[in-house]
Design a protein around this ligand. Structure first.
Ligand code: EPU
Length: 339
């Protein structure tokens, strides 16, 4: 275990926003969390941070940040069709996907290049190009900071939703590792129907094609590079807002004024792309001092250099108000403001 005092978080959030935390502790697994529990760390102010890809620091954090550096990958069981793989929370999700694709394990290739740790993937139920973490998570092993015990959540117990899970409303659970059910050659199920994914791939792509997973991973990475800023170059947290889900009647009403508005029918309503709403409201590419709306994807707010968390937050609030005025819709941040 390693501990740092008065730790600078600028490199631990993809917005690249400077903020200090009182204590930053790197831990390697459940045993070390148990010892932190025995020291009473979880009785005070604390939070768990992976890659910091979904956080906006609006000031210093007066508490303890714990950060997993656990990095084990283990095949737990395997048959002709699929396998169950355990990955520790501290692994970068994209490194794990690279490992999976290199081994011919399918299921996560569409999630390539999402900046996130394995531990954060089920919390946020990360998703991209028609696949969500919930589609591949068999179970999640957690440490319960309320009683110092470990516990396993089955996929159903995680109550996954759109960018949501039971872990989001129960932050006492810290993810230790995740078991993923992945497919082997002959059993891959490709998801190619989202957006322009299929048209970015060779026409002969099939689940049986040698190298299909690698081709999909490559195409997803290319599409993301074209639309989303690389956090190493421009600070952002990916999509800043969630896409609002509204009743069909609301969509029908809006279609009268905006017949070209895209929307997707879901089980519980219709998802309207917030990126489209923000672009229509004239925000795309706008710069306001140190912050701006990314010119290639209006759902992404960017740090143009030297931004504070409040600069970003104020821009976000102006966007929310303008979408409310123009469309009567409420968009809410996917990003979590700290403190
Ligand atoms: N759109 C616009 N203008 C924009 C952006 C989007 O008109 O500036 C329209 C597009 O033309 C399209 C629709 O909005 O009709 C959807 O756009 P896109 O496919 O780019 O997806 P998104 O809804 O904007 C979501 C996720 C992304 C994920 C992509 C691809 C959320 C909040 N965002 O974005 O996730 O990569 O789908 O699956 O659900 C993230 O969560 O950080 C993230 C990047």
């Amino acid at each position: 275990m390693k501990e740092y005092r008065n730790y600078q978080l600028k490199g631990n959030n993809t917005f690249g926003i400077p903020a200090l935390c009182d204590r930053f502790i790197e831990y390697a697994g459940g045993e070390e969390l148990k010892s932190l529990y025995e020291q009473g760390i979880f009785n005070g102010q604390w939070m768990s941070v992976g890659c910091g890809a979904n956080l906006l620091f609006c000031g210093d954090y007066h508490g303890v940040i714990i950060h997993s550096v656990a990095s084990g990958i283990k095949v737990l069981e395997e048959n002709d069709n699929n396998l169950l793989v355990r990955a520790d929370a501290g692994i970068i999700l994209d490194d794990f996907i690279e490992h999976a694709v290199s081994n011919g394990w399918g299921g996560m290739e569409n999630l390539s290049a999402i900046p996130c740790s394995v531990g954060a993937a089920p919390v946020q139920n990360v998703g991209a190009y028609g696949v969500e973490a919930k589609d591949v998570v068999e179970c999640v092993h957690v440490f319960d900071t309320s009683n110092g015990l470990t516990r396993t959540f089955s996929n159903v117990e995680c109550t996954f939703g759109y960018r949501n899970s039971s872990f989001k409303s129960n932050p006492q659970y810290v993810v230790l590792s995740v078991d993923f059910r992945l497919t082997k050659a002959g059993s891959h199920q490709l998801h190619l129907d989202y957006g322009n994914l299929r048209s970015s791939l060779p026409a002969d792509i099939t689940s049986g094609k040698e190298g299909a997973l690698r081709e999909i991973r490559g195409a997803v990475r290319r599409i993301r590079r074209e639309k989303l800023p690389d956090p190493a170059e421009i600070g952002s947290a990916g999509s800043f807002f969630k896409n609002p889900v509204v009743d069909r009647a609301v969509v029908d009403n809006l279609l009268k004024d905006y017949p070209q508005m895209p929307f997707y029918e879901m089980k519980n309503g219709c998802k309207v792309p917030a990126g489209w709403l923000i672009e229509q409201a004239g925000w795309k590419g706008r710069k306001m001092g140190t912050v701006g709306v990314y010119e290639k994807q209006a759902l992404v707010l960017v740090n143009l250099g030297g931004a504070t968390g409040f600069d970003v937050w104020n821009l976000a609030q102006s966007i929310v108000a303008s979408i409310r005025d123009k469309f009567g819709l409420e968009i809410s941040p996917e990003v979590i403001k700290v403190p």
